[in-house]
Design a protein. Structure first.
Lengths: 522, 139
């Protein structure tokens, strides 16, 4: 998903709004009630106007079940709501009677079993879809993407500082974030595993949507629960309804919140099938898990410090990046210091269009040797074209992107090949010259002829790509090689001319020096 | 069951102090403050030896007629002080040690929280709950 990072962008907002508008039935209650999925509840109860910004995650469930989120903070309302539900929810009144909102959260674990039973009996729809403490598929996917932005390896840990900076962007007060961390870091190692991260993110989302933070971690958010409760095939209707609910939520302010809601929906969806399929079993398994979790928290645990080496800087950069990741699709090594054949050909193809000549960066002066050096590898690589042709075939579509992005890299990198130190300075100058010269050719008409063949080649390549036949690939490779040969020969001639000019200059300078020397000596 | 539990920072200011609100809490605060002198004395006495050889559990700091004060120091010079009622003679040393161990563990959990800045007052609910379990269950 292209969800933007913490700094909500318009894209995400619009996306979220789209989702929100989709769900019709639910009146957007920003204060999702911390009710357990009460399937018997009907949507009759209106939601209290959202006091907190954003989105109320439970919207999705409302589609299915009408449970009222109304004034969740209001114990009386909840009581009424639950009572209205009527039968089969013995546990509900108990929950509602709980004095504090937080306790509402805790209760679910107990009455859940009864509720689930009732719900399953009464309805086939999602029982837990409106449970704000369940993570929906969509939400989980979003959390996964966010996790990857911080730490590509899903099985690795996110360091505490990294996570802190990331979650601080949610603009929640630090004490609340601290509490969320306490809840989600169950192994107390100062780092977040993927399930812990999902839990923390989910809690943040809930909090942003106005849900009060629970005192203890809800069973549905425990890492064990999350991992165990992987839905297989959530009913499509539920998903659809969830999405609708998501969209119907108005007042989507923070994209993040919307996203989070969508994420929650995902989990809700996930959970829905489970309860229906094995509601009691699942809950019963969860219950023993929850006390165990609490016990583990109480016990003294070892604190493993085996973090995977995550580059915090990279993580920070990734977190701060705009929503869409940078054009990674550069399968070519844009950073290769040595001449990369792929790069070479791609550049040549690109250069043809824009008049860009292949890298051989022109290191005019000394670099002649270096240039030759650089060309040699290129030639050697060219000999392997046949092998690499498939790459070209694959990358031709990226040519344009690479052209623009790689050009800069190539020009700088090819121009500064690691050659002898004496040539460093020359190379430093050389890059400039060749670049300029290259740019000129771009504008010149000399290159157009190359451009056309390149473009034709690219076109042909693109057209030929579909049927991946070696013959065509070879033909393409041959064509490319010819093109590059032409380009290289031209470049060679230009460089030779430059070399001559420079030699002449050198000769003149030397003669001048000799003339001056006797004068100085005198 | 403790009557008062306090966590003192390295610089000898309280990070967390909580007492049973039967008597004036000020009295317990004063007791804890004065017990810091004893703690300092104990840890400075072993200063010549290697720090890791120093026992974390300091034991009974000093008894008064009403209550006893126990101390515990971490390797980062964070001090835990527990005040128990003298009438509660059933409390043995091992129990006090276990209380300190639990305190230390929960304190470490608080420290592990990246949102907690060392030196801030401890506002962790988990920590509160653990302390509550060790406090005298009055009322």
């Amino acid at each position: 998903m292209g969800y933007p990072n913490q700094p909500l962008t318009n894209e995400s907002q619009s996306h979220i709004l789209g989702l929100v508008t989709g769900s019709a039935p639910r009146p957007p209650a920003d204060r999702p009630v911390l009710r357990h999925p009460d399937t018997s509840m009907d949507k009759q109860e209106a939601w209290s106007p959202p006091q907190s910004p954003g989105i109320s995650p439970p919207r999705s469930p409302s589609a299915y079940r009408c449970y009222s989120y109304g004034a969740q903070r209001n114990g009386t309302d909840t009581l009424l709501a639950y009572e209205a539900k009527g039968p089969g929810l013995p546990g509900v009144p108990q929950e509602n009677s709980s004095p504090s909102h937080y306790s509402l959260r805790l209760q679910p674990e107990q009455p859940v079993v009864t509720r689930v039973e009732v719900a399953s009996v009464e309805r086939v729809e999602v029982d837990y879809s409106d449970d704000p403490w369940r993570i929906t598929e969509e939400q989980r996917e979003y959390y996964t993407n966010q996790f990857r932005s911080l730490q590509p390896d899903l099985s690795a840990l996110i360091m505490g500082t990294v996570a802190k900076n990331f979650f601080t962007k949610s603009k929640l007060p630090i004490p609340e974030l601290s509490h969320i961390w306490e809840l989600s870091d169950v192994d107390k190692d100062g780092a977040l595993t993927f399930p812990e991260f999902c839990t923390a993110f989910h809690l943040i989302v809930a909090r942003k949507n106005g849900y009060p933070l629970p005192e203890t971690l809800p069973a549905t958010l425990r890492p064990g629960f999350v991992e165990a409760g992987v839905l297989t095939a959530p009913p499509s209707e539920i998903i659809g309804s969830v999405d609708q609910q998501m969209t119907s939520r108005p007042g989507v302010t923070a994209k993040q919140e919307v996203r989070d809601e969508s994420r929650k929906r995902e989990f809700f969806l996930k959970r829905i099938p489970e309860p229906h399929e094995k509601p009691i079993q699942h809950i019963s398994t969860l219950k023993p898990d929850s006390p165990q979790e609490l016990d583990t928290n109480m016990k003294s645990r070892t604190r493993p410090r085996s973090y995977s080496s995550t580059s915090i800087d990279d993580a920070m950069k990734k977190v701060e990046e705009p929503p869409t990741p940078p054009p990674r699709p550069q399968k070519t090594h844009s950073r290769a210091s040595s001449l990369d054949l792929n790069k070479l050909f791609q550049q040549s193809a690109q250069g043809a269009k824009s008049g860009w000549l292949p890298p051989p960066p022109a290191l005019p002066p000394r670099p002649p040797a270096t240039q030759i050096f650089s060309f040699l590898p290129g030639s050697e690589k060219s000999s392997q074209k046949a092998v690499q042709q498939p790459n070209f075939a694959d990358f031709s579509k990226f040519r344009v992107e690479q052209e623009s992005s790689v050009r800069g890299d190539l020009s700088t990198e090819d121009l500064t090949p690691p050659k002898s130190d004496s040539t460093v300075l020359h190379q430093g100058h050389a890059p400039q010259k060749p670049v300029r010269r290259k740019l000129h050719p771009e504008s010149q008409s000399a290159t157009p002829p190359l451009a056309t063949p390149y473009s034709a080649a690219t076109l042909t390549k693109s057209t030929q790509r579909p049927p991946p036949k070696q013959k065509r690939e070879i033909q393409m490779a041959i064509r490319k090689n010819r093109e590059t040969n032409a380009v290289l020969t031209r470049l060679n001639s230009e460089l030779q001319q430059q070399l001559k000019v420079v030699h002449r200059e050198r000769v003149t300078l030397e003669s001048q020096l000799e003339l001056l020397r006797p004068v100085a000596s005198i | 069951m403790a009557v008062c539990i306090a966590v003192i920072a390295k610089e000898n200011y309280p990070l967390y102090i909580r007492s049973v609100p039967t008597q004036g809490e000020l009295k317990f605060h004063y007791t804890v403050h004065t017990s810091l002198d004893v703690v300092e004395e104990k840890i400075s006495g072993v200063g010549k030896a290697l720090a890791d050889q120093r026992e974390l559990y300091l034991g009974l700091l000093y008894p008064t007629e009403d209550y006893k004060v126990y101390g515990y120091v971490t390797n980062s010079k964070v001090k835990f002080v527990i005040v128990v009622d003298s009438s509660n003679t059933s409390l043995r040393d091992n129990e006090i040690r276990s209380m300190f161990r639990k305190l230390h563990n929960s304190f470490t959990d608080v420290m592990c929280n990246p949102f907690y800045n060392p030196g801030d007052p401890i506002q962790s609910k988990a920590f509160d709950s653990i302390v509550s379990t060790m406090m005298v269950q009055a009322f």
